[in-house]
Design a protein around this ligand. Structure first.
Ligand SMILES: Cc1ncc(COP(=O)(O)O)c(C=O)c1O
Length: 342
């Protein structure tokens, strides 16, 4: 069975990451190097997008009850972080064909308490930001562009029009370093204030990162279709399904103490590996994936979420279907692993 999730990192990078955990050295040098790899903007390397977003909101110190317009599809932790700062996330619908948020929808959702807009490019697609930026400029809102699902190793660095851009390199992301994020700022002074805020956070320990690398090294064989097929078969044999195993395997910051876990500075080995991944650029596997997704999209047409997106790198391939469970079973019978999103 072909697994739906293949962690995009090879044994050489995993091994060099583990080795770096055993060597001395602080994160300052690799962080500075990461921040200059994308030299057209003021960058900041962080532990995760959630860490950087949390620090940004702390620095902005918006009045309690201020509203942030947020595109309605995002991971649950982003509105959770907004709420933790005493702010209100206001969901804004997106067009499921283009995966874009329209300035008209933002206009309907805004109120006198609105202060910022957070739009996410989803599943590897990219939405036009020009109109959203004009809307933000007109109303003096901060525009935060969530590119966590957007990086695939190509030259795209988000929209220069956005005030802050968030790129993630967490475990399920293309070109992953099994953690880490790069935030791009239009205003270098704001970047410096966020950096200063994070400087007071404790360092994430090397051992936490080492164990994460080890976990994914042990999981790597399950990226093979035969090994994964055997796992799925074994789970069925015992009357269960492989689904909970797969979805829990890639969860970052799981368990309790969420804010304690995200409010950490990244350890040096993570920053070294992230720098390496950024320098590797686009892999041929990404190009192949995009080609195949386009072929499939041509066959399935409107059933594909994001079929009309401005550009699409197909990090995930979501489809709409009336009988979701039947579709999953049908795909499984033909050797494809797929999952239902809530
Ligand atoms: C749209 C979106 N925003 C934010 C995040 C958080 O990224 P990180 O894992 O780097 O905190 C994710 C992670 O999957 C995401 O998909």
């Amino acid at each position: 069975m072909i697994p739906r999730k293949r962690i995009d990192i090879g044994p050489a990078d995993l091994a060099s990451g583990m080795l770096a955990c055993l060597l001395p050295g602080d994160a300052a040098k690799p962080c500075a190097a990461i921040e200059s790899v994308w030299d057209e903007q003021a960058n900041l390397a962080c532990l995760s997008v959630r860490s950087g977003f949390d620090a940004l909101l702390a620095v902005l110190a918006l009045p309690p009850g201020s509203e942030i317009l947020i595109s309605a599809v995002n991971i649950a932790d982003m509105p959770r972080i907004i709420e933790a700062h005493g702010l209100v996330p206001v969901p804004v619908d997106l067009d499921m064909t283009t995966l874009a948020v329209s300035p008209a929808a933002l206009e309907c959702a805004r109120s006198p308490r609105t202060r910022a807009v957070l739009v996410a490019h989803l599943f590897g697609s990219r939405m036009p930001v020009q109109g959203i930026s004009e809307f933000c400029n007109k109303n003096k809102y901060l525009l935060i562009e969530d590119c966590a699902q957007g990086y695939t190793g190509d030259a795209w660095r988000g929209e220069p029009l956005a005030d802050v851009r968030l790129f993630s390199f967490g475990p399920v992301k293309p070109a992953t370093a099994l953690g880490g994020a790069v935030l791009g700022f239009r205003d270098a002074a704001l970047r410096d204030r966020v950096r200063e805020h994070m400087a007071h956070w404790p360092l994430q320990s090397r051992s936490v990162y080492f164990l994460r690398l080890l976990k994914y090294a042990l999981l790597a064989p399950f990226g093979n279709q035969y090994v994964f097929g055997a796992l799925a078969w074994l789970c069925r044999l015992f009357g269960g399904t492989h689904e909970p195993l797969v979805s829990s395997a890639a969860r970052g910051f799981a368990g309790g103490a969420f804010f304690k876990k995200i409010r950490r500075r990244p350890p040096a080995p993570l920053m070294r590996l992230l720098l390496k991944r950024l320098r590797q650029g686009e892999q041929t596997s990404a190009v192949r994936r995009i080609e195949r997704a386009r072929q499939l999209q041509g066959l399935l047409g409107a059933r594909c979420v994001g079929a009309g997106a401005l550009a699409h790198r197909h990090w995930i391939f979501p489809v709409v279907h009336e009988r979701r469970k039947a579709l999953i079973d049908h795909l499984a019978q033909h050797g494809f692993d797929a999952a239902i999103s809530a």
